[in-house]
Design a protein around this ligand. Structure first.
Ligand code: UD1
Length: 433
């Protein structure tokens, strides 16, 4: 278990490029189960969740190899996926799914392609109950027989058939699972109250490149005209807005000046709007998104924030935003409306000097409070990012333990932060004090 040792404070400055979006790459990998033809994915992030998904696919008869694209900026990884076994199992065992909730994404494609799937109920971040009832209701609406037993969900259907289905609430992987499944269903599927996250639209682009007929993805209603088979495709994953947003928050928080290159300002709009409101300078140009703070605009002001499904403020940036608010002047109220139990970073931030009061689903941050380095513990993926940012802003040495959470979703974070001037070192457990 590695840890980060950070010596602060540093005003982050320079250029940084986000890797491909983890949350777009995971369903893209699952799409490989829908075809016998090869799939090539550019800008695949080198993060642990992707390695876990590759292991799962390997078990399911899809081999993957990584190469480095010389033509791509930053030497991005290119993943080549290809079917290796025709008689592979159609199950996703607990051992392969327990650390990563997105393992459930193989359910839809396995069922659509082979008429049967058995998938362990997922694990993932400890940020709430996170049921998958919507995935299952949706698949049942397409004609699947769905049973739960012994920690597994077992589904069967000779051939899925198109149907109209309305999600009770927008779910990102639920929408993706249904898109994957409906692509090979007989007839037309209409999905309503869909998640509108850019990662859903990216999956639809990939599936359409494979021969699917999907329209409306990225909006509330999606229409899928089922086809009999899907072919191979080459696709470039969208940039990771959460990773990129984390560095922009870091710039604002440390009075820095960061240019996020090759990013989508539209996908990051909920964050950029908020940063502008609290007094950071935000400039979007063909070169990228530049965020500066601590200059003419004066100190940052507190700003209330509610997380919400896209195009609301992403829950995956809530923890980082809370770290930012410890540096802003005034009281900010942060409401987490997507997940329960997602304030585990608050007590750790408090150990670094923050004044955060949590009351159920909302937290009040009284700022500014000077942050001081401390030994802290990462509890989940985004909480880890929050603590690392706090460490960069804090006076003295911060040791963030359990960095394996961070490695699930951030490619080389210490290297990217070092590139922005931060003093961050990854220390293997054996060498830690
Ligand atoms: C995805 C992202 C995750 C992000 C989250 C919300 C991936 C791999 N992960 O997770 O990083 O934090 O979206 O933007 O893309 N729910 C149900 N029943 C269901 C499904 C979800 O009640 O069947 C609830 C959840 O408990 C949660 C809310 O719906 O309260 C949203 O969850 P969902 O969008 O499904 O999150 P994930 O797809 O798991």
């Amino acid at each position: 278990m590695d840890r980060f040792v950070i010596t602060g404070p540093t005003a982050l400055a320079g250029r940084v490029r986000a890797s491909g979006a983890k949350n777009a790459a995971l369903p893209a990998l699952a799409a490989a189960l829908l075809t016998d033809q090869p799939l090539t994915l550019h800008r695949a992030p080198r993060v642990r969740d992707l390695r876990t998904m590759r292991r799962l696919l390997d078990h399911l008869g899809i081999g993957s190899e990584e190469s480095r694209a010389d033509t791509d900026a930053g030497g991005d990884a290119v993943l080549h996926l290809r079917r290796t076994g025709q008689s592979s199992p159609h199950d996703a065992p607990y051992d392969l799914v327990k650390t990563m909730r997105a393992g459930v994404l193989v359910l839809g494609p396995l069922l659509a392609r082979h008429g049967y799937a058995r998938v362990s109920l997922p694990g993932g971040c400890a940020i709430g109950v996170r049921p998958i009832d919507q995935h299952l209701k949706g698949l049942a609406a397409l004609g699947a027989d769905v049973r739960l037993a012994h920690g597994y969900v077992e589904t069967r259907a000779e051939r899925l058939r198109g149907a109209r289905f309305r999600f009770d609430l927008p779910t990102v992987t639920g929408t993706e699972n249904l898109l994957l499944a409906a692509s090979l269903a007989r007839g037309t599927t209409v999905l309503e109250n869909c998640a509108r996250e850019p990662e859903v639209a990216d999956l639809a682009r990939l599936l359409n490149a494979m021969g699917a007929r999907i329209s409306g993805a990225g909006g509330e209603a999606i229409v899928v005209e089922g086809v009999d088979e899907l072919g191979g495709a080459t696709h470039t994953i969208i940039p990771d807005r959460i990773e990129g947003g984390t560095y922009l928050i870091g710039a604002a928080m440390t009075g820095g000046d960061v240019l996020l290159e090759d990013a989508s300002a539209a996908d990051l709009a909920p964050l950029l709007d908020k940063l502008a409101v609290i007094g950071a300078e935000v400039a979007v140009s063909p070169a990228g998104i530049r965020v500066r703070a601590g200059t003419a605009g004066g100190p940052l002001r507190a700003g209330d924030m509610d997380t919400a499904p896209h195009p609301g403020f992403p829950t995956d940036l809530q923890a980082q935003y809370m770290a930012l608010m410890t540096c802003a002047e005034g009281i900010s109220t942060i409401r987490e409306t997507v997940f329960e139990n997602r304030f585990q970073h608050a007590p750790e931030l408090a150990r670094m000097g923050a004044d955060v009061r949590v009351d159920g689903g909302s937290a009040r941050v009284h700022g500014p409070t000077p942050l001081t380095g401390a030994a802290v513990m990462a509890t989940d993926l985004r909480a880890s990012a929050c603590l690392v940012l706090a460490g960069v802003a804090a006076q003295g040495e911060t040791v963030v333990a359990r960095i394996y959470h961070l490695d699930r979703g951030y490619e080389g974070m210490e290297l990217k932060l070092q590139g922005l001037g931060a003093r961050v070192a990854r220390v293997p457990e054996s060498e830690a004090r």
